[in-house]
Design a protein. Structure first.
Length: 416
């Protein structure tokens, strides 16, 4: 795509956009009487128009059926979570039985680590990205301490090379190989929250297995953002926001894996018989612990139904690449017009190594620039000390919005 820095060109792209009508399916925050330019979908997506109705439907079921809502009505609560797995399987590249929806992200990471972090005197180390999202750092450190290890000894963090912002896949693979004898687990984010770098999940999984370690991923910024093939890549486990888990089917009958048990993970056909001894449900559902929160599942379904209507990940990814590429082009145009690199994009330039996010380092007056964007109706995301994250989402952002946002960014430094 050869981009042009004109509103007319942005309008042409919008006219040809097969997803252009999906914007109407979301509620957009208002700024001075008109829609804000919402570029913070990497952190929190917009509310679907249908979300309130989906919630109200469940309130009605509660009102009309009470406890019988578990078994009766149009959407019995007992199996409601299964209504989400088909779409999620397409998003994550899994089999339906390899995923389930439960809990929240860090809780799920802890539950999965019960199964997949099995340290021994010789093999006890965990490899993770340096500067991972803090909750991941806290969870992994606490797991190491729980097993009696000093996190400083048990955790290997890998950082970018001096002068670089992102990790090189070759460095990750070499580190895995160099620590093969002591490595128990490779646990990475799918997309780094700060830089927006998409890691090579397939290559890291293969290297981890070759080293004799498990491979797991926090897909908080990857699920629904980038193409994933967890089953084909032979990933052992994963978790993501909203929230859900993936467990590779090869582990379903592994009796050596521990797990914390709860009644919702018991065989569904015998769950309400209240047997005294746990018998795991089929697939990833056997890792469930507590009763599914029906209201949260209903909200999740409202969003997933829109993804299904849009045709799944393929059209979303196609537009995302164009939309993010256009924002990148326009930011580079600002630098060219000023004769200086006022804004440095630290997200990888290669579209295969990123999702919809661009992390932008501001050379001067970073927080003032962010505040200027906010004051002018552009909702992005601030990260200390000088990074603005801008994430155009294909379901509800347009090319004209990206053009307008770049214009506001340019005016923040006295440009057009």
């Amino acid at each position: 795509m050869i981009y042009q820095n004109t509103l007319a060109f942005a309008g042409q792209l919008d006219d040809r956009d097969p997803l252009k009508d999906f914007r109407s399916k979301f509620l957009v925050p208002q700024h001075r009487g008109k829609d804000a330019i919402y570029l913070c979908g990497n952190s929190l997506g917009l509310q679907p128009v249908t979300a309130q109705q989906y919630i109200n439907d469940q309130f009605s079921n509660w009102k009309d059926l009470a406890i019988e809502g578990f078994f009766n009505g149009d959407d019995p609560w007992l199996g409601y979570h299964k209504k989400l797995t088909h779409t999620l399987a397409g998003i994550l590249g899994t089999k339906n039985e390899e995923i389930t929806v439960m809990n929240s992200l860090t809780v799920n990471l802890h539950l999965l680590l019960v199964s997949f972090y099995k340290p021994t005197n010789k093999r006890f180390k965990i490899l993770m990205e340096g500067g991972a999202f803090p909750s991941d750092q806290y969870a992994i450190a606490s797991q190491a301490r729980f097993h009696g290890y000093d996190p400083k000894e048990a955790i290997i963090e890998i950082f970018p090379r001096v002068g670089e912002f992102t990790l090189r896949t070759e460095d990750i693979l070499r580190t895995i190989n160099d620590n093969a004898d002591e490595l128990a687990l490779v646990l990475f984010g799918g997309v780094n929250y700060y830089t927006g770098q998409l890691f090579d999940i397939e290559a890291m999984t293969k290297a981890a297995h070759h080293a004799g370690a498990y491979a797991g991923f926090d897909l908080a910024h990857a699920a629904g953002n980038v193409p994933l093939k967890l089953h084909d890549w032979d990933v052992d486990f994963a978790a993501w926001c909203i929230s859900g888990i993936f467990v590779n089917e090869k582990h379903f009958d592994d009796k050596t894996l521990n797990r914390f048990e709860g009644w919702w993970g018991h065989r569904e056909d015998r769950r309400f018989l209240m047997p005294p001894v746990f018998e795991a449900d089929k697939g990833a559902a056997g890792w469930q612990v507590s009763t599914s929160p029906i209201m949260l599942l209903a909200l999740h379904k409202a969003a997933l139904d829109i993804v299904e209507q849009a045709g799944g990940m393929a059209p979303l990814r196609a537009k995302s690449e164009l939309l993010t590429g256009y924002l990148e082009f326009l930011i580079n145009q600002i630098n060219e017009s000023k004769g200086d690199e006022l804004f440095t994009i630290i997200t990888p330039k290669n579209k295969e190594e990123r999702g919809c996010q661009l992390s932008v380092v501001c050379k001067q007056n970073a927080k003032a620039t962010f505040n200027y964007l906010t004051d002018n109706g552009v909702i992005g995301d601030w990260r200390e000390p000088n990074v603005i994250r801008l994430s155009p989402v294909p379901l509800y952002n347009s090319f004209k919005q990206v053009f307008e946002a770049a214009g506001i960014l340019a005016s923040s430094v006295g440009g057009n």
